[in-house]
Write a protein that binds this ligand. Structure first.
Ligand SMILES: [Cu+2]
Length: 133
């Protein structure tokens, strides 16, 4: 009886430990020009607009692992990612529940990114980077 009760609690403890808490649930970094939340299989907002030199912060506020990548080489469908000429692709690696990732964009243009775990679920986003004034 006692053992099965503990087994029942274990998944709840895991969710409490890394889902409801973590940097994704704290205030975003002060210099973030845009903040993107990750839902079950979406980036919200789907499109953000910044200027060159500014930083975007992604927050995994979901309970599952996500990823942020604009690297064509890591996409199942190369059309799901694109970066402007002269830019270097980025990839957050695995972003566990509650974790954050940020990237500073220096090359103006349009960046189409995706989640490597949910590309098949059309988990896509876009960052539009205007030239610095
Ligand atoms: Cu995902």
């Amino acid at each position: 009886m006692r053992v099965s009760f503990l087994l029942l609690l274990a998944p709840l403890a895991a969710i409490g430990g890394c889902g409801i808490t973590g940097p994704a649930h704290d205030a975003p970094r002060a210099d973030a020009a845009a903040v993107v939340d990750m839902g079950f299989s979406s980036f919200e907002p789907e499109v953000v607009h910044i200027r060159a030199g500014q930083t975007v912060e992604w927050r995994n506020t979901a309970l599952i692992t996500h990823n942020v990548s604009d690297d064509k080489a890591k996409a199942v469908n190369a059309a799901d990612a694109s970066i402007p000429e002269g830019a270097t692709p980025f990839d957050s690696g695995d972003l566990k529940a509650g974790n954050v990732y940020s990237h500073t964009f220096t090359v103006p243009g349009t960046y189409k990114y995706f989640c490597r775990h949910h590309e098949d679920a059309a988990m896509f986003g876009t960052v539009i980077v205007d030239p610095a004034p």
